[in-house]
Design a protein around this ligand. Sequence first.
Ligand code: SF4
Length: 434
Amino acid sequence: MKILLIFPGLHHSLAKKKRRHKEFQLIGTTLPTLAALTPPDIEVEILNEYNHPVNYETDADIIGITVMTSHASRAYEIADEFKKRGKFVVLGGIHPTVLPEEASKHATTVVIGEAEGIWEELLKDFQNGRVKKFYKAERFPLPHEIPIPKRGALDPKSRGKRLFSPKIEIMQVSRGCPYNCDFCCVTKFFGNTYRFRPVDSIIKEIKSLGKIDYLFFQDDNIVGNKAQAKEFFKKLIPLKLKWAGGTTLGTLQDDELLDLMNKSGCITMFVGIESLTIPFAKNRTYLEDRLEYYYKTIEKLHNFKIMAYASFIFGFDTDDTKVFEKTVRFAQDACCEGAAFHILTPYPGTKLYEKLDKEGRIFVHDWQYYDGEHAVFHPKLMSSKELEEGFEWAIREFYSIKSIAKRIWGSRTRPFFAIPWNLFIYFDRKFNHQ
Ligand code: SF4
């Protein structure tokens, strides 16, 4: 028996516009984790469509496709093609979990929730010829039930060319997030739980990766539990790695934690600042105080030789057209080595989606545009066109040569990483985006 697991690429209508460097289209740990959950007597192959086209004539018995909202249009297209050929198609991931009925129109069966436990059940049912339409996880897997992903199942052609690019591996050490932001679907999928894998299992996984240049932790918050994170960072120190991860600003007030991050090889921390216009819900802190707090936190990261990669979202109801310049100037003045700008996106299953839908403000329903780069709703204080143009301007301005020079000179933190990284983004925007 054979299973083909697919990480879908972009829908053809966006693929041209967003030509991306193939070697950086890493598939994360979802499909290798499914491969690890599969009994060893079943052959599993993983295909990354960004790097290799789908072969619809495959001899695989089961086609499994992981679906995030922005990939849903393409995933459904692939699923329909396989179904036409009589293949058994399984859809799973965040999008089918939130919209199982929609996904089931394109699949033989849909996996709802995290796969541990139900994937094995589905495979048994398939072998016994009595498969259900839906497989729903009744509980969140415990940390020790999360297996070490089987990366060897990834088809070598799907890895992308790595001639001059660094060897980067992605890992996930936890699941879930203790917060529940209105615009985020993490909690919907992983619950309001934070589950950190056993540290020994994580270290074993890292050692199995061989020689790597960078390790990227894809966790939504690598410091969801400070005590566990500190224990983990201590055990990372002897491995002499270079790694990047993400957390919230609040956790970065702890100097002991920052020191351990630095000593364990953290070179970049992704921090979600998200908005400079929304007042803090609880105490309505004045913006000036908050800006001061943000500046100080980024300075702290720099003091511990960690580059700051800040994330911002445009399009909140408090944002007018001045938000773009305000945000970019802040990120420049704080000397962030990197910034990710996003357009607020009402992902299905979030409170934001419910609110905007109720207000009749969502005007795009094609999931491929739910990628954080398109306005799919009417913002309150500007037009959707102004939102998209402002977003594009922010990226161009932040990654302009003048801005790169100013920020990197100002931060003086790991310039040998920051300069090539910024120039890569500058040239990528210049030549790969239409
Ligand atoms: S946006 Fe970040 S902090 Fe908020 S719920 Fe999602 S992962 Fe957690």
